[in-house]
Ligand binder design. Structure first.
Ligand code: MN
Length: 296
């Protein structure tokens, strides 16, 4: 079993033989012979291992475990009116962090699917920009927040983790949408999960905010919820626009991501404009700032 997950192994917890993470589940195998499947769709992984009594038993157990999580959305959420929220730019050295929350009504879900609204990571930048215009034209209630680099860096230096920064952006975006739609009905709020729900609650509690009732979390939520997918498109399109503006300001086409090429570009910018110029276009706490030294 371990061999079959060879390329997906992650840190082995105490008492375990191995732990692996796939798109569907986290699989933990214990010395006792017990295997635990946890995550969004553990059935998909369990199915690979046949249906012996043993694995059936494990399947039931893990399904129960997943359902017991009060932050897991009910499957009816995806076909009913709901709010979804997603972010962009958090893994990119250059550019802001953007978060968008969108309210989608049940009768709009089919249309949005037909338009091709889907996970922004799966489509080209040009398609993201086009779909973002489509969403805006439909006049869905939404809130789009842009945290520019200067403010991001200030918060980071004040001790805010990126997780807390994201949590507060999601919180505000959702809050704006909830206020905007007034009495319009919704079955819940779904956040594309970036940290454990109790950690999210703690982050926003530290800023005297409380989580709205009916808030759910799910990883890869954009695959299941059209509202989260719409949020991911709006957030990504806004990130791309901001990157264009920043590139023009700086005079270099800024790169997405955080690769070695980014390190070289940082060095070029430092040489031309000084290290302080990074404060308004980059997330300076990323390790890339240090790695760029090698190219100076
Ligand atoms: Mn996301």
């Amino acid at each position: 079993m371990k061999k079959s997950y060879e390329t997906q192994l992650i840190g082995t917890p105490q008492g375990a033989v191995f732990r692996a993470k796939t798109d569907h589940a986290v699989i933990t195998a214990y010395r006792s012979g017990k295997v635990l499947f946890q995550g969004n769709s553990p059935e998909t992984e369990i199915a690979k291992w046949g249906t012996t009594k043993q694995s059936n038993h494990t399947a039931k157990q893990s399904t129960k475990k997943v359902k017991a999580n009060p932050f897991n959305p009910p499957s009816t959420l995806f076909t009913n009116s709901h709010i979804g929220s997603d972010e962009s730019g958090t893994g990119d050295y250059f550019g802001p962090v953007t978060v968008a929350a969108v309210y989608v009504q049940d009768h709009q879900i089919e249309l949005l699917k037909e338009l091709g609204i889907q996970d922004s990571k799966k489509i080209t930048d040009e398609r993201v920009r086009a779909l973002s215009k489509d969403i805006i034209q439909l006049e869905l209630p939404y809130s789009l927040l842009i945290l520019h680099n200067k403010k991001y860096n200030t918060l980071q230096q004040q001790g805010w983790s990126q997780g807390k920064i994201k949590a507060m952006l999601h919180h505000h975006a959702i809050d704006h949408v909830v206020n905007k739609i007034a009495d319009a009905p919704y079955h819940g709020i779904l956040i594309d999960q970036f940290c454990q729900p109790h950690v999210y609650k703690r982050y926003i509690a530290s800023e005297q905010a409380t989580m709205a009732k009916g808030t759910y979390f799910m990883t890869k939520a954009e695959h299941y919820s059209i509202a989260v997918a719409a949020g991911s498109i709006l957030a990504r399109a806004s990130f791309l626009n901001e990157m264009d503006k920043l590139s023009e300001k700086i005079g270099y086409p800024l790169l997405k991501g955080a690769s070695n090429k980014v390190d070289q570009l940082i060095a070029t910018i430092i040489k031309a404009q000084g290290i302080d110029s990074l404060d308004h276009c980059a997330k300076t706490h990323f390790i890339n700032t240090k790695k760029a030294q090698a190219y100076l």
